[in-house]
Design a binder for this molecule. Structure first.
Ligand code: FO1
Length: 338
């Protein structure tokens, strides 16, 4: 671990000589992009303690079951159970229950409820109903998958992202759950606003504040800046906890060459008036030295970004294969000075 002597924020580690201070990294992540980045980080930094603070705003209750898409995507990806093509759900999935539900006309039929995935939702729902908080449920599910990182929901309190859209039939504005907007409508309905229902009563889950307080670096994964990273940061106390970190804060742009790599961040950014560019997102996060979040901002090698007060670096940001993702994670650690 290189200590950056010029960085006044780093407390000297008065460890007994010969003790290897175990480096601690906290990553704020959403679904597919965040999961892939974490997989690269785990391989780029073996032996590093990684805590993933994961968005739960996409969570939804369907068919009586509590479903946590981003937590499951990270857990399956790091536990090698993910379907690599879809980026969500299980490899080798079957859809018998989904078809049977449709035969009953049980809505919603648009949600991809896989038979293997169903077991996760059943175990999670049973534990939640029994009174276990989501953080403990997540730890319990992780016993099977061994993700290799500490997986924390952003909050144990329920926060759901709903999208304000104009109903094409009635012309009236209405709020629909993010999953309906994302899956049923493929984000085709223009979002007037994103509302995090319940966020005002939420607080960071147990372990989150503590993880930031001792982190050698914090990384904003290349996830959706509005509905993933934005939702996590919107939990009361989260930004303050993040900014308490003695380490540097490094973000990675989810916008490459002026467009999203996957997902639909470009459908979300305009609702917040954020330019669809690496520079636009970097400026949205802002410079830590100026009341924002970032010490450093990684943009794709073909992009430029002028983000005053932030150390901007152009590196390959396409997670085209594990080696590329590992190199990207390494670049993030370099930018963090660890
Ligand atoms: N995404 C889809 O585009 N279609 C689906 O049917 C779908 C089902 C699904 C089931 C479980 C799960 O964990 C994720 C699922 N996703 C599906 C992905 C999910 O909607 C998104 O990954 C996140 O909510 C956004 O990151």
């Amino acid at each position: 671990m290189q200590i950056d002597p010029t960085d006044s924020r780093r407390p000297e580690r008065d460890l007994p000589s010969g003790t290897m201070a175990c480096m601690e990294i906290v990553v704020i992540a959403g679904g597919v992009g965040g999961a892939r980045f974490l997989a690269g980080l785990v391989t780029a930094a073996p032996g590093v303690t990684i805590t993933a603070v994961v968005n739960t705003g996409d969570d939804v209750t369907l068919h009586g079951l509590r479903i946590c898409p981003d937590l499951d995507t990270v857990m399956y990806t790091l536990g090698d159970g993910i379907d690599p093509g879809r980026g969500w759900g299980r490899r080798g999935e079957t859809w018998t229950v989904k078809d049977e539900l449709a035969a009953y006309g049980a809505e919603p039929t648009w949600f991809g409820l896989g038979d293997r995935d169903l077991a996760t939702h059943l175990v999670r729902t049973r534990m939640l109903v029994a009174g276990y908080p989501l953080s403990q449920v997540t730890t319990a599910l992780g016993e099977r998958w061994q993700p290799g990182v500490t997986l924390l929901p952003m909050s144990d309190q329920r926060v759901e992202t709903h999208v304000v859209v104009t109903d094409p039939q009635t012309g009236r504005q209405q709020a629909i759950h993010f999953q309906e907007w994302w899956i049923k409508h493929r984000a085709a309905l223009d979002p007037a606003a994103f509302v995090q229902v319940g966020v005002e009563d939420a607080r960071p889950a147990p372990g989150v504040v503590e993880a930031f307080a001792t982190a050698d670096a914090v990384v904003l994964a290349p996830s959706n800046p509005v509905v993933s990273v934005g939702t996590v940061l919107g939990v009361p106390g989260m930004r303050e906890a993040l900014l308490s970190t003695p380490g540097r804060v490094v973000g990675l742009s989810p916008i490459v060459g002026g467009s999203v790599v996957r997902g639909m961040a470009d459908r979300c950014l305009p609702a917040l008036g954020i330019e669809i560019s690496a520079e636009g997102v970097g400026r949205h996060y802002g410079a830590r030295s100026d009341g924002g979040l970032l010490d450093a901002w990684l943009v794709h090698e073909s992009d430029t970004a002028d983000v005053p007060g932030v150390d901007v670096r152009a590196v390959p940001l396409l997670m085209s294969d594990p080696a590329a993702t590992q190199a990207m994670a390494r670049a993030a650690l370099d930018a963090a000075g660890v």
